[in-house]
Unconditional design. Structure first.
Length: 266
C-alpha cells in the first residue's frame, strides 16, 4: 500500500468523523500499522500539503495536519460513493459533455483521467457521456484549464454501455474482488490493530473501483452484473471490521472510543 493512499484513506475513512485533523505522530503511526514506513508517510504528507490537500495546524500545542476544504469535499464525495448501497434512481437522461482540446498530451491525459473518475465515458474523441451530471465537473475541468459545453436529455437511440465502458473487464474485476474477501465469521477474532490494517487495505482496494466504475444505473447494466454482489459483500465485511478499527484509531488519538464516533452507515 502506498504511503499517500494510507494517509488519504485515514482522513477519508476515519478522521472525517473527528474534525479532519490528527497529530503528525498519529498519522505516521497509523500508516505504519499498514506497513508503510515513517519516512514514506512524511514524504506523502509533504506532497499532500503542496497539492492543497493538507495544511499544517497545531491544536493544544500539538503539531498536526488538517484536511483542507478542497480535500474535505473530495473525500466526502468519495466516501458517499464507497459506501453507497447501490446505483441511484435514474430518470433516463444522459449528460453529454464536449471538451475543447487544449494543451499538450499530458494535459489531455489528465483531463481524460479526471473525467473517468467522475464517471464519464468517452463517446467520441472530445465527447464524454454520463448518466449523472457531476457537480465536480466544472471545478475539475477549470483546474485543468479546459473549456467545455454540455447538455442533458434522452438519447435518440439506446446507448450500448459496453461500447463506452469496459463492462466485461469491470465485471471480472468485481468477481475477483468478491472471491478474495475474508469470511465474516472470522473477523470477530481480530484485535483492533489487525482490524484497522485489514479494513484499510480493503477500503483502499474498493476505492480503486471509483476510477473505473462509472456507477451506471441498473437499467443499462447486464442482468448478471458482479458489482452488485461485490458491493453487498464489501459493505458487510467493512461494517464488521469498523468497530475494532475505530477503537484502534481512537486509542492512537488518545480518545475514548465509545464516546468519539458518531453514527454512520459503515
Amino acid at each position: 500500500m502506498h504511503a499517500r493512499s494510507a494517509v488519504v484513506d485515514l482522513y477519508g475513512d476515519h478522521l472525517s468523523a473527528l474534525g479532519w485533523w490528527a497529530p503528525v505522530s498519529v498519522v505516521v503511526a497509523l500508516a505504519e500499522a499498514c506497513e508503510v514506513q515513517p519516512p514514506a508517510t512524511r514524504t506523502a504528507i509533504s506532497r499532500l500539503v503542496r497539492e492543497g490537500w493538507l495544511q499544517a495546524e497545531s491544536r493544544h500545542g500539538t503539531r498536526g495536519y488538517a484536511a483542507t476544504p478542497l480535500a474535505q469535499g473530495r473525500l466526502a464525495g468519495a466516501h458517499d460513493r464507497i459506501y453507497a448501497n447501490g446505483p441511484r434512481a435514474w430518470p433516463g437522461t444522459w449528460h453529454v459533455v464536449v471538451v475543447e482540446h487544449r494543451g499538450d498530451r499530458r494535459r489531455r491525459e489528465q483531463v481524460a483521467a479526471s473525467l473517468g473518475y467522475l464517471g464519464y465515458g468517452r463517446l467520441a474523441s472530445s465527447t464524454w457521456i454520463s448518466p449523472w451530471a457531476s457537480s465536480e465537473l466544472g471545478p475539475t475541468l477549470a483546474a485543468h484549464g479546459a473549456t467545455w459545453t454540455s447538455l442533458t436529455g434522452p438519447l435518440d437511440e439506446p446507448l450500448d454501455a459496453a461500447s463506452v465502458w469496459d463492462l466485461e473487464g469491470l465485471h471480472h474485476a468485481y468477481a475477483r474482488f468478491a472471491a478474495e474477501l475474508p469470511p465474516l465469521d472470522g473477523l470477530a477474532a481480530l484485535d483492533p490493530p489487525q482490524a484497522y490494517r485489514l479494513r484499510t487495505q480493503l477500503v483502499h482496494r474498493w476505492r480503486k473501483f471509483l476510477f473505473s466504475d462509472p456507477g451506471l444505473p441498473a437499467e443499462v447494466l447486464p442482468p448478471t452484473w458482479a458489482g452488485h454482489e461485490a458491493r453487498a459483500r464489501f459493505l458487510a465485511v467493512a461494517g464488521a471490521l469498523r468497530p475494532a478499527a475505530e477503537i484502534h484509531v481512537a486509542r492512537a488519538l488518545g480518545l475514548t472510543a465509545e464516546a468519539s464516533w458518531p453514527t454512520h452507515p459503515s
